[in-house]
Design a protein around this ligand. Sequence first.
Ligand code: NAD
Length: 315
Amino acid sequence: MKVGLIGLGNMGGRIAKRLLQEGNRISIYDKNPQIIQEFVAYGAEAATNPQALAAKNEIIITVLPNAEIVKEVVLGNEGLIKGFKPGSILIEMTTSLPEVTRDIGKVLYENGISIIDAPISGGVKKAETGELSIMVGGEEAVFSRVLPILNQIGTTIILVGELGAGHTIKAINNLLCATTLGITAEALALGVKMGLDPEKMLKVINNSSGRSHSSEVKFPQQVLNRKFEVGFTIDLMYKDISIALSLAQDQDLPLGISEAVLQLWKKGVTYGGDLDHTAIAKVVEQMAGVEIKSTEKIGTDEEISQFIDLQGQRK
Ligand code: NAD
């Protein structure tokens, strides 16, 4: 198939590579010229701006940092809307604000162009292997038309509701993820203060009711071994919690725990917004005056897998 892609960072870049590997014809645009060069070398065709990309492709995917940038890329000068022909479809994969997506949708529909929001979960590893979870908002007919492309990128693809519904559930999911990361860091820091070993604590927690994806995967893969490999930044996670809380505010819904989580991640932004989100553990460590690190030194990927597999034996 022929697909245009805008935003080739940690996620968009891997999605582009995946679509190229699957034999699609990919055209790209990114504001960073170096990234464009890199993908031209992989076999993608470069466009000079979003307008030019939309003129050549009926289906465009956007994977951008935030709602404001999406709006500019779609509706701004040299935006997609200037190049799209009627019948074209925008697949908006950014973690974005549902309201902004619906506003963009109104303008696109007036011009005969369709849009679905299709944010993603699974991180860079699942983006690489085409195993993302994709949560979609929009019309069923549009969803069906783009499903063959989504199937090349993800393995769990769910049409959640109308336009904006994908962005809503994505913010809710990341609110949960940010919360379990923060609370697991706090709980382990308390244990370390009390003289317990982080690895043993995780073995107990991951076979008990306190477990989560954060304790089962993120702490062993990134924190205990002090890797903190950048795949998804603290800045982006802070944006996502802020989206969830803005939705709660719109609904006059007080979310006390979530407010506290936002404050922790705000500290994270000051500590180092461009660090990987797992480095939120370092913010907690700094406040606690301890380090949550492995004493058994599980460093290599194989050792980490063994550790995760061992925990998995309970399943
Ligand atoms: P990133 O910062 O690595 O990539 C963003 C890309 O967009 C960069 O290449 C940048 O040059 C480009 N860009 C920025 N402004 C632009 C513009 N005006 N025109 C064209 N290109 C522009 O970000 P990422 O980690 O790939 O995340 C992208 C989106 O996916 C975010 O909304 C994020 O919340 C979401 N997300 C990320 C992950 C993850 O693990 N990284 C997982 C799920 C969802």
